[in-house]
Design a binder for this molecule. Sequence first.
Ligand SMILES: Cc1cc2nc3c(=O)[nH]c(=O)nc-3n(C[C@H](O)[C@H](O)[C@H](O)COP(=O)(O)OP(=O)(O)OC[C@H]3O[C@@H](n4cnc5c(N)ncnc54)[C@H](O)[C@@H]3O)c2cc1C
Length: 486
Amino acid sequence: MKFDVVYKKRVKIDDLNALVTELSEIVGPDWVSTEEADLVAYSKDYQLITNRWIMENKVPGLPHVIVWPENEEEISRILICANRKKIPVVPYGEGSGVVGAAIPVYGGIMLDMKRMTDIIEVNKQNLTVTVQTGANGKWLERQLEQKGFLIGHVPQSFHTSTVGGWIAHRAAGQFSTKYGKIEDIVLSMRVVLPNGEIIDTKLYPRASNGPQIERLFLSSEGTLGIVTQATMIMWPLPEKQQGVSFAFDAIEDSLKATQLILQKQIYPAVVRIYDKQETERHFYNEPQAKNRLMVIFVCEAPISSLVELEISEIRKTCLECNGTDCGKNPVDHWFETRFNVKETSVYMPKGQIADTIEISCMWDDAVHLYHSVINELKKLDGLLLASGHASHFYPNGVCFYFTFSGIVPEGKSPEEFYNSAWDAAMIATLNSGGSISHHHGIGINRARWMRDEHGPVLDLMKKIKHVIDPNNIMNPGKLYDEPERE
Ligand SMILES: Cc1cc2nc3c(=O)[nH]c(=O)nc-3n(C[C@H](O)[C@H](O)[C@H](O)COP(=O)(O)OP(=O)(O)OC[C@H]3O[C@@H](n4cnc5c(N)ncnc54)[C@H](O)[C@@H]3O)c2cc1C
């Protein structure tokens, strides 16, 4: 097959055959591939601009070899081999990341975790589940449901992402306001370090025992080691689930209502505020939401009366903030369509460039930040759509999730247009006091904003990376590389 490689940094491996032979000895010849179809399949994740490249016969990065290990010992031997030969290793879950974090920009070994999916223990007394990190999210939740439990981590990519990918990106699910982000859910983990050492962090409910090393691996995007096992919090299945929705005239009122609800220590499982544009796209069947914003709440708990109390407090607060009760139908519609992501696939064949950008901020920056990002996106030449919803909520702040789409203006390349939209959103976010990512991560897309996000703390991160991975074999080109901005 003839194709171009976009990232021209692929390392030269002197003796690829010797590497393949050594890897085959470790995992068995059936679990190593240098087939071109496999190399192309593992050349990307789900960063949207890369889908366009594939349609143009371009692959983002090309690995040299794919390997599917079965256990930690094999991973340890692979990393020892890669370290000796100074060959990049990129961990791979299910490739649903949207920021290019799994793209092998320097080539090397793609280490796919899909053979490591065992549930090691379900501990009903501690309410924990220990699982290998190659486990698929939907599959894991289904296994637990059969035993009467749930983790409650349901990202929109539930069907196509792994526990390891969640940890590597500090992911957030649709029910995060009640069950937490993944960093609130994971208690301990097993990690294979770049030198091949296998470490287990200790399991405890809380402790005061020195820096929490396991936190380092949350959001590390495969750059510090391979997380192979995690112990996570689970809960009994809810006895009751109830939804309610409200329409608002102004985003200010809807944000105020949700802030008050969270600060009353009411944690609905789901809260979503759709701005007017998104309400029009998603809730066109709801007459009371016409030209207004739709807000969805879902409460659930093992005690029914708790749910009823939460719903009544939510109703009271929303009505006090000028909301109109729209009942349950919009919530049912949300449940029916919550995994539907056809929008972005519809744009691309029409030549449009689209993407989604999620950020977070404290409550006192929220209103300004929302308007600022939308206004900056709308200023772009070629922009057709800029909209947003608030998707994750905390007593102290909120996550906004923006969508943009446009056509490339004359004189600009698709990549220039794409980057200018990202730059507009990132600058507006930083200037408004926000954080550049809430749950999708940094990958390639946001690397040029890491210095603005962290300042000198980025230098400390680089030092930690160097201590753990002195040969920089783990997912090089990510997080710490500060690419120049145009
Ligand atoms: C339609 C759609 C909807 C999405 N919705 C959400 C959402 O609601 N919430 C959300 O948080 N994200 C969402 N995402 C983004 C994505 O699904 C998540 O980032 C997910 O956590 C990635 O998991 P994965 O297993 O596919 O990881 P991959 O994409 O395979 O890898 C992601 C990163 O993790 C590293 N990695 C993978 N496994 C390991 C491991 N075991 N040890 C160390 N590093 C590892 C990789 O090297 C890479 O850097 C969505 C994506 C899509 C396409």
